[in-house]
Design a protein around this ligand. Sequence first.
Ligand code: HEM
Length: 188
Amino acid sequence: MRTLWKGTLYLAAAAVLLSGCKKDDEDPPAPTPSNPTPTIYQRLGGTTMVNDPANPGTMIEQGYLGLRSVVDSTIFVIAGDAQLQPYFAVLLAEVGSGDLTGFAALSENLTEFFAVATGAQNFTYSGMNMVDAHNSANPRMTGLVTDADFDQFIVDLVAGAAQNNVPSAIVTDIGALVETLRDPVVQQ
Ligand code: HEM
């Protein structure tokens, strides 16, 4: 009987030890140089090639497609947002008359900007720098952005991301990235 009791104790101790080991095994591996934290771009699908729904027969990086979808949705959200519409007067007048060239250029510039900023390796941003893009150096920009309107831009960006079912953890990280650009964009 005593041996049985001792055996039970040993078993219980072993179970505690094992459960301790198991917990460690379940923790996510700590980032190391060979296992770095994935970038936002990688978390959106990265360089995995997928069909481009906007250009049948063409492949596109999934990360780029994810960002472009969010950008395009966000431009549409902004187009319907009375608070931000005045800044985009040039663009909205063009679109209203059926000219989508400015929309296509803005979509590409914004997507390339976010692709580079989120960690894409196979794209470059060739548009204006963030200061010039948001003052009178940009003839397509009407007025100077206020802090309140920058906040509203983030609200619209979150709405654009939600329309594309971007996971909330990624939206949070994109929001933090955008926040780092408040200083050059808000110039008054
Ligand atoms: C971090 C946030 C932002 C980023 C990353 C960003 C980025 C850009 C980029 C890349 C362009 C195109 C530049 C080019 O054509 O070379 C642009 C243009 C523009 N941005 Fe922003 N922007 C931001 C916030 C804002 C805000 C808050 C507003 C106004 C509320 C705004 C209004 C505009 C306008 C009106 C244009 C010109 C659009 C056109 O081409 O017709 N942006 N922005």
